[in-house]
Ligand binder design. Sequence first.
Ligand code: PMT
Length: 404
Amino acid sequence: MALIALGICGGVGAYKAVEVARGLQKRHHEVVAVMTDAARHFVGPLTFEAITRRRVVTDQFEPGANANIEHIAIASDIALLLVVPATADIIGRFAAGIADDFLSSLYLATTAPVLMAPSMNVNMLAHPAVQRNLETLAARGVRFVEPGEGYLACGWMGKGRLAEPDAIVEVAERILRPAGPLRGRRLLVTAGPTYEDLDPVRYVGNRSSGRMGFALAAEAMRRGAEVVLVAGPTTVEPPAVTELVRVRRAAEMHAAVMDRAAGADAIVMAAAVADYTPAEAAAQKIGKTDGPMQLTLVRTPDILADLGRLRPSLPGQPVLVGFAAESEDVVNRAAAKRVKKKVDLIVANDVLQPGAGFDVDTNAVTIVGPDGAEAVPLQSKAAVAGVILDRVEALLEKKTGARK
Ligand code: PMT
């Protein structure tokens, strides 16, 4: 979900950076390893290359490293610069603004947050020069994962032991994931159309671009949620989310949603799921004749209705939000749908209203809940997503109490 530059320096804790890389990947982040010369005395670049599945940066003068001035390229792409272990040397070079290798150049070139996990001998850490460098960096906004107390690799007792990898990953995650009203919540969002194939060439689809669902996913991320986004085929790029699942057919979307529903605190079904699909998709292209083509279409699984029916057995008892694409009698139809499908809210949009509904950046909706209907006038889908998530937050708080 985010690209993190993991700077590894020449300390005995360098081997723990491997666990840090794995922990970040488990949280769906990408890691690019940047090793100092000294680090390579402790762990080989191949280890990090195998884990990150990316070229490990070891030398800014390596052929090709300056093809696109790599430290500038990485500097602008990363969401976090994380240094593990942070030795007295790198702390000093960062504090002094020395740029004599790739990692120290990257520190000066990036505007991303910087997190360092110091690790060194207890006396080195206590030395006034090191303390002054730490203060200098803290004053610039660099954050630290405090080293532990105890038995040090050098045989001394005291403060200086590298923090545990899990603790480092947790602090990194808190920096990457803003604290927000949905922090600690897991949302499952669907977006876009589904395509129902007639034959290898033709399919039945609809005009959904994914914008509404993507706006909901992006806003939920911004509010600190973990977001699983299940998206049909779209030309619009989805936002960065915790997990992106691409599907094509309604049956695939059904499977993807049902597989992930148990872990969700809330599920928002903004996707335009096909109601019908060809009774069977032809293996070969259907030849054309002079006469009409008859199609037999059968119902697809109703994902939202299944969620409503299964909710009592779902551990998370998720808040369920459906949408309704209507062209007449919008609110009454949405209210009927809400009861029939046993969901908390139905967000209804009149798809004939100019600027609303399919494939536009704006929407006007009516949020239909147990206490009545709330009109949300025409505005950006991002703003509409904010209103919808406000209602979801209220339902979550009512259900589980305010998050701490
Ligand atoms: O993607 P955009 O271009 O931004 O357009 C946004 C949108 C118009 C697609 C969106 O605002 C919207 O209305 N999405 C729902 C469209 C739809 O399928 O509405 P419906 O009334 O046919 O379905 C009602 C609900 O049941 C929806 O939550 C839908 O996801 C769900 N459904 C429908 C069919 C099905 N087989 N399974 C379902 O779960």
